[in-house]
Design a protein around this ligand. Sequence first.
Ligand SMILES: N[C@@H](CCC(=O)N[C@@H](CS)C(=O)NCC(=O)O)C(=O)O
Length: 262
Amino acid sequence: MVRSTAKPSQKNARARKARASTSLEPARPTGKKRPIDLYYWPTPNGWKITIMLEECSLPYTMIPVDISKGDQFKPQFLAISPNNRMPAIVDHDGRNGRPISIFESGAILQYLGRKTGKFYPRDERGRVEVDQWLFWQMANLGPKAGEANHFRNYAPEKLPYAIERFSNEMNRIYGVMNTRLKDREFLAGNYSIADIACVGWASRAERHGHDMSGFPNVRRWLEAVLARPAVKRGLSVKVEAAFHVDMKDPKVRAILFHQKAR
Ligand SMILES: N[C@@H](CCC(=O)N[C@@H](CS)C(=O)NCC(=O)O)C(=O)O
């Protein structure tokens, strides 16, 4: 098994922590194949990539992007992720041996799928099946779950219209997924990057207050995906600082919820 540098041995953990907490500078290990740099914070979008890297046994160096402190606006991060969002990756062993950087989790999943030939079919029909459900996640499940969570848990006032609007959307979205999973095990037939994209938010649905009792196929799918060892590993890539973020802190809220063009 390839050892992920996201799980450092105790011996070098302190040095790594010091590096990670002071800068966005990736490690530069010597040797032929260099680990992929993963710019990460433990959220459903970040987990997509830890899961895929674990599924593909690709070595990686996890570089925390503390979005509660504004790391996402640092020039060196914006150079690879101009939308000031994580996840992003740098693959030092890109095509023709040249480094390549990628932002947007869907694009990263497709890239890693093409690079490894795993969880992303090569044939056109199979690929179209996966792409549809991947883009569906990127345009529906992800953003709407984010807004539902925002208006339920982070908005300064309880806005019934917004809460209902996004709760209804989540109900619609899980309904679509439930129907899709009625006669197939995974979203695109075989397990793929489309499932990897969806599992993070779906795994949080109940704790975010969405009633999943009407979606037995989604529950069955979720159980199957969560049982995969690589998914377990991907979901448990932690960043210590994330445990100490206070979402009521006005400074954190200003960074995350009052963004305008810079
Ligand atoms: N569409 C993007 C969304 C990424 C995203 O929203 N990331 C959030 C954390 S889940 C983030 O980096 N937020 C930083 C900010 O809001 O400034 C993707 O899938 O990569």
